[in-house]
Structure formats: C-alpha cells, structure tokens
Design a protein around this ligand. Structure first.
Ligand SMILES: *Cc1c(COP(=O)(O)O)cnc(C)c1O
Length: 395
C-alpha cells in the first residue's frame, strides 16, 4: 500500500485533465497567434478556456492572464500593484507573516527597492484579524496581499472582510488563492478581490500553469517581454494543452466541490481525532476554519524529518511543515508565527488529503504515525529529559 497524503505540495492529475491535454496535444497543435485555420482553432480553444476560467471565478475573461503557475502569478500581481502604487507616491505594502515564499520573497525584493512592508501577525489559530489590516492601512498604502488559505496549516482567512476594508479604503487587494481554488467557493466580485493567483497542480490539473486574475482597472507590469500574448502582459506562445487541462480540472473540482469537501473533511476530522490521542501533540491552525483536506500536527520531542522518512518507509507520503525538507534547518515561519517554540516547530507533520483517500488509509496513517512517534521518542534524548522532568513539556 502506498498512501499519498501530500496534496498541498501537489496533486495527481485527474483522468479528465489528462484526457483533455492529450487530445489538445494531438488535435489543437496550432499557435493561437497564427492566422491560418489550424492556428485559429487553437485561438478559439484558448478563448473558450479563458471564458470558462473567468466564469469559475466570477470574473470577466479580459481579466484572466495565464501564467506558468502560482509563483509567477504572485510575482506579477505584487510587482504590478507596487508599480501602480509608486506612480502615486504610495510605497507601503501590507501582508502577513504566514504568506508563501512566492509572496514573501517578492516583498523582500521590493523592500530593497525602498518599499516599506508591514507583515501582520496572525492569532494562535493562524488567522489574520481584519481589524489589524484596517489599522495598518495608511495614506501611502499601495496594496494589501493576504493569502486565501495557508499552505502549511490550512487556515482560511477572512478574505471577504479584508476585501471590504480594502475597497472602502481604496487600496488594491491581492490574494494568493493557490491552496483554496477548486477546494472552497470563491467569487472575486462577492469577495472584493482585485487580484488573485491560482495554480492548476493544486487542484488535480497539470504543473507549470496558473492564472493571475486582475481587475480591469489594474494595468499589469510585464515580467516577460516579447510577443503580444495575454493582452500584451505576458509574452510567450500559450501553453494550450496545459491551459485546457487546467480548465477541465477546475470545472471538475468546482462541479464536485460540495461532495468532495464533505468526504474529505470527514476524513480530515477522523485523522485529527486519531492523532490527537498521541500524548503531547497539538493540532496547528484553527480546528474549523481550515481547508477540507489539511491536517498539521506538532509532536513534542520529535524531528519532523525523521518522522517523514520513517513514514515514507511505511508507504505514507507526507510532509513536514518545516523547511528542513529544503535543506535548511530553520523551522517553519508559519509555525513560529502561531507561537510554536523553535523546538516544537521542528516536530511538525503535514498530511493533506484529497477525494481519492479512504477511511482505511486514514486508519493506517493514524496507526503508523502513533507507532513511529513512539519509536522516535524512545531514542530521543530530548524526550528522555522531558520524561524525567529535567525539561518542561510545552505541549
Ligand atoms: C504551491 C503554492 C504556490 C506556488 O505555486 P506554483 O504553481 O507551484 O508556482 C504559491 N502559493 C501557495 C499558497 C502555494 O500553495
């Protein structure tokens, strides 16, 4: 048995998306910019995809820009909103401490260029207080960027409220909705969202394709210069097979959203129940306001990395909330932001489920995680010290 429980990292492509992509590669191989009929066929498919994506988000098709994924969409949204602000002498940006690195690192670059960045704190539940956004807005605030759902702890943010505040204050509002699109209901009009990033491979679509939605009133800054594709804002021959695969996956996940969310959140709750029984463990992120498939725990006296490797040997693909996996020993900025001490943040485990997981798999995960945690604690000098009372338990 091999159980894939790392759907926040990426998902398996749906059969529909694969079929649509294969057909597109075989049949619609023209360049949408070509004037001949083969090209025009591709151009029609491209427009159809753009209109369908727009409809899924409650946007206009002229507000949809295809990008290479979530990272590019985040970069372009932020760089564009900053440039627009700078034109009006506004060089202050508001975001949060728990954003994805595609947002945080882009903001770091802007800070080097003289922008002032306010990174808001989140509560212990991992949620941003809309009032803190309101308080942080100044005369010179160019824009606000707050993620829709966190990729580590799954918390859903009060996006509609934040959007409302930004609207009233006349400040542009961007949201990195990469973890949320296809999993929860989103409508950019209803939620006062000016810009939104999404990525296909987080909802069973192909990798390397995403969307930046940008309200008509926001002129974008190009990251890639060249041809006039994407209304002149993103050069390069369109990746039509991926665009069509993404569109199919998006429609499919929205169509099945209610049913999938019900099934997946029941599995999530079963997993949370099971893992809560492990002593000195704690769930990270709000219990209710979280993505249907997200489970994230800290276990005291454990190294996240050893836990992952042992689980992999038991046939479970999971992830650690910490950046250890990318070779750095820094604990996760998200876990630190919700107040977990360094040593606890190191012992984190993220399990992210999808509609393909089963109750049987969840029960196996609970059994194996419980065993592996016990085994690792048995070898841990830290756990020994905690047990002997030489150190105090923090969870
Ligand atoms: C995955 C992810 C991204 C990056 O998307 P890519 O398509 O992999 O570039 C950005 N933000 C969040 C919240 C993500 O989960």
């Amino acid at each position: 048995m091999y159980i894939y429980a790392d759907n926040a990292a990426t998902t398996r492509m749906s059969d529909t998306a694969m079929r649509v992509m294969t057909e597109s590669m075989k049949d619609v191989y023209g360049n949408p910019s070509s004037l001949h009929s083969i090209g025009q066929q591709a151009s029609e498919k491209l427009l159809a995809a753009r209109m369908e994506v727009a409809e899924c988000l409650g946007a206009d098709f002229k507000e949809i820009y295809f990008t290479s994924g979530g990272s590019e969409a985040d970069n372009q949204a932020i760089v564009s909103a900053a440039a627009l602000g700078a034109l009006k002498g506004k060089r202050h940006i508001i975001s949060t401490k728990i954003e994805h690195h595609a947002v945080l690192h882009t903001l770091d670059k802007l800070s080097e260029k003289g922008f002032e960045i306010t990174l808001l704190e989140v509560g212990k539940d991992g949620i941003v207080d809309p009032r803190s956004v309101e308080k942080a807005i100044r005369e010179d605030t160019a824009f606000v960027t707050v993620m829709y759902a966190n990729n580590e702890i799954g918390t859903l943010q009060p996006i509609k409220e934040i959007g409302q505040i930004c609207r009233e204050e006349g400040v542009i509002f961007h949201t990195d909705a990469v973890q949320a699109v296809g999993h929860v209901d989103i409508n950019v009009m209803d939620e006062n969202i000016d810009m939104l990033s999404l990525s296909a491979h987080k909802f069973h679509g192909p990798k390397g394709i995403g969307v930046l939605y940008a309200n008509k009133k926001i002129p974008l800054t190009n990251l890639i210069e060249g041809g006039a594709q994407e209304r002149g804002k993103r050069a390069g021959t369109e990746n039509l097979p991926a665009i069509m695969g993404m569109t199919a996956a998006l429609k499919e996940s929205i169509q099945n959203m209610g049913e999938t969310a019900k099934k997946v959140s029941a599995l999530r709750d079963r997993l949370i129940m099971g893992l809560s029984k492990i002593s000195h463990s704690v769930l990270n992120g709000d219990r209710q306001k979280r993505l249907p498939g997200n489970v994230n725990f800290c276990f005291e006296g454990i190294e996240g990395e050893s836990l992952l490797l042992l689980l992999d040997s038991k046939g479970i693909a999971a992830s650690s909330g910490s950046a250890c996996t990318s070779g750095s020993l820094d604990p996760s900025h998200v876990l630190l932001a919700i107040g977990r001490p360094h040593e606890v943040a190191h012992g984190s485990l993220r399990l992210t489920l999808c509609g393909e997981n089963t109750e049987k798999e969840v029960d196996y995960i609970i059994e194996e995680v419980t065993k592996v945690v016990e085994y690792l604690r048995g070898m841990s000098p830290v756990w020994d010290a905690l047990e002997k009372g030489e150190m105090e338990h923090v969870i």
